[in-house]
Every structure is written in C-alpha cells, then in structure tokens.
Design a protein around this ligand. Structure first.
Ligand SMILES: *Cc1c(COP(=O)(O)O)cnc(C)c1O
Length: 398
C-alpha cells in the first residue's frame, strides 16, 4: 500500500524538534551540528533572532495579499537587489525552480520581443541541476529526473560543463541563451574553470545570446560574496536565486537587466504567493544580515579555514578523500571510487554531524554562514574519524 506521503524521498527516521544557531535537536534528544542547512537554505542557522523577530512581527500584522496591491516589503527587497547586484529589476517567486523557469521564459520572450521568435534554444551544461518542474528537469537533463516524464520540453542542449569548444559548437541560429550554475550544486560542488564565466559572456555577446546564471544554491553569501559570479569579471543578463535567500522561509527571485526583461510587461507572468508580505519580511531581514559590514568577510575567513582542513584530510587520507572542492562555505569532499557517499554521510550523522551527498561521489557541506572555527574543527574531527574507520574496514577485508 502506498504510504500517506508519496514515496519520492529516501528519508531517514530522524525528526527534529528545534534548532539553535548551527545545531538541530532531534525528537529523541540528540544534538546535530548542521552542515547541511536543509541543502544550503538556513544560511543564518536556526532560530536567528532577527529572522524570528521579522517573521513574528509581520505574522501579527497580516500574512498575504495579492500582487495586484502594492507590497512595501517587496519594493524594499527589490531595491536592495538593484542596489547590490547587476540587476535592474526583480520578480519574486517561491522556489528555485520557479525562478529558473521564469528565466527560461524571459529568454524566449526577449528574442520574441526583438523579432526573433525562433531563438528559443538554450545551451545548458551536463551535471546541472535546475529544479523539478517540467521545464527545469529538461534544462538539467539528468536521466533519472526526466525518465518517464516525456514528451520533452524542447530547446535544451547540453555540453560538458566548462568546455568552451563544445559550447560554441552547440550554438546555432535558434539559440537564444546559455544557462548554467557558476558552481554546480547537486552535480558535486564543482566550480566552473577559471575564466569560463568571462568566456561565456564574450561568446554570448558575439552571438546576441542572453546569459542566465542559476545561483539558487551558490548565491546569497554562500561563497563569501553575495553571488558566486562576483568572483569573476562578468555579469549575467538573468539570474535565478532562492535557497539561502529566505533563510528557511520559501522564497526565490529572478533578477534581470532592463534589456533582458524588456518583454516582461503587465500580464506576462505572475505568482499568487510570490513575494508575499511574510516572505518579504524574512528575505529583507536575511539580506540586511548578509550585507552588514564584515559579515561576508567572516564567511571568506571561515571558508578558507574549512578548505584548508579539507585539503589536509585529502593529504592525510588519499585512499578515502581524493579532492576538496567548492568555494567559501560551499565545500565538497570527493570520495575514492570504491567508496559510496553514504558510508561517510551515515557515519558522521550517527555521531552528530549532518552533511549531504552530491553527484560525482561528493560529500557536501553547506554550514550556516554564522559558523566559527570551533564548529569547523568539530566537523573535521568527525570526517577524520570516518576516514580512520573506512581504512580500518579496508584492512579487515584485506
Ligand atoms: C535547489 C536548486 C534548484 C531548485 O530549487 P527548488 O527550490 O527546489 O525548486 C535549482 N537550481 C539549483 C542550482 C539548485 O540547487
């Protein structure tokens, strides 16, 4: 018999009762250091006083009204994005998938508005993840995500992540845009090669294409800059973000330049809940913390400390950990081919550390951006213990 909850997840039986800062407490009384953050979502940890306050304060006033009314919190958040990013304009939605989906629509609409309605194609990267709506699964292109869900949403072509030759070859007269994550998330915390973002920008300009970045996971301070592309020398035309943006409250946004959004006139897009007063109260509070003086500087410092420790693990246990990757507090450890991520993820979870598996046999860590050196040391000690255990098991087998 099918369970009451549609069985689309492989869940563990741990349930949480409350959280505080970087820690979560389970209903059976255990404490977990949360280096998963609900997959890079709870960027300020759990129960951050400023976020709790913002939510309660708005909750007492009113929760929701339609987007046919003026929503001051939305205006305020939109102006912050315009002030602090490449964008001239923003649309608020509820999730990462919706933000990406709008970006896809915007690429088509842009060329339509320019009298080139045939330019509907988008070049995407292998190993990408863009969400679980019908369009975004075909943009991502993962076999396990699209199997059985055809007919395919048309127009997506995939090239090797970071490969400019393949990318240029994939462009034809019907291409309208290029979509990728500056650092692949689900794909295994894989940063694009140095210079790739700039090269994509140059090629897009040459062919009159829009560049859309998916910063749903790597954005909102995760890498030590507000958005990961700020480590490069380019700006996109369109950018989707979500995850960390609400610190755990469901909210997302699609940002764009004035030029890229030129087809988006009244009635062309909408969302019932998108940018409602509750979501905006929290998103504004998150943004104010992220942009406070010194906050991102500390993310960079802690990120460097974490990466130095992960590189030391790779040096000390090359039979277990073969590569440390990512940027800032988006950190991955790639395991040796003969190991499976769950061997490490389960081992450290049983001892009080939450991590998440990702593609390419990577254990990923996305700790809250408020962590300090002590939490890093606590996590690294458990990853070290996991390596010792796995090597002891290997010896026993041998
Ligand atoms: C999580 C994620 C999405 C999808 O976000 P949802 O909120 O689950 O719809 C899209 N792109 C990237 C890079 C993601 O990490």
């Amino acid at each position: 018999m099918i369970p009451a909850l549609m069985p689309t997840y492989r869940r563990t039986d741990i349930a949480f009762e409350r959280g505080e800062g970087p820690y979560l407490y389970s209903t059976d009384g255990r404490r977990f250091l949360d280096f998963a953050s609900g997959i890079a979502v709870t960027c300020l940890g759990h129960s951050h006083p400023a976020l709790v306050e913002a939510l309660i304060e708005q909750g007492r006033k009113f929760w929701h009204c339609s987007n046919i009314f003026t929503i001051p919190g939305q205006q305020e958040m939109g102006e912050k994005f315009v002030r602090d990013t490449f964008a001239d304009t923003v649309f608020f939605g509820n999730s990462g998938s919706e933000a990406v989906e709008l970006g896809i629509k915007m690429i088509r609409k842009y060329h339509h508005a320019n009298g080139n309605p045939h330019k509907t194609g988008i070049v995407c990267m292998r190993g990408a993840f863009h969400g679980r709506t019908l369009a975004t699964i075909f943009a991502g292109g993962q076999e396990s995500h699209i199997d059985g869900f055809g007919p395919a949403v048309q127009g997506f072509r995939h090239v090797a992540f970071g490969n400019m030759n393949e990318l240029r070859d994939a462009i034809d007269d019907e291409t309208g845009g290029i979509l990728f994550e500056p650092i692949q998330g689900e794909g295994g915390y894989r940063p694009a090669p140095d210079g790739f973002l700039e090269a994509v920008r140059e090629t897009a300009d040459e062919f009159g294409l829009l560049v859309m970045l998916d910063e749903v996971q790597c954005g909102n301070g995760r890498t030590g800059r507000l958005f990961a592309h700020e480590w490069s020398d380019m700006t996109p035309d369109i950018m989707a973000t979500a995850k960390g943006m609400g610190g755990g409250f469901p909210v997302g946004a699609c940002l764009a330049t004035e030029e890229a959004a030129k087809g988006m006139t009244a009635g062309t897009h909408g969302s019932t809940y998108g940018g409602n007063p509750l979501a905006m109260a929290v998103a504004n509070a998150v943004w104010d913390v992220l942009t406070a003086p010194g906050f991102l500087e500390n993310v960079r410092v802690q990120g460097e400390a974490l990466h130095a420790e992960l590189r030391a693990l790779v040096a000390d246990y090359p039979e277990v950990y073969v590569e440390a990757r990512g940027r800032g507090l988006m950190a991955g450890l790639k395991l040796a081919d003969n190991l499976e991520t769950r061997q490490v993820v389960d081992f450290v979870r049983e001892r009080g550390l939450l991590t998440v598996a990702a593609g390419e046999n990577v254990v990923r860590m996305a700790p809250p951006l408020i962590i300090g050196r002590e939490e890093i040391d606590e996590a690294v000690a458990l990853l070290r213990a996991a390596a010792e255990e796995l090597m002891a098991e290997e010896r026993d087998v041998a």
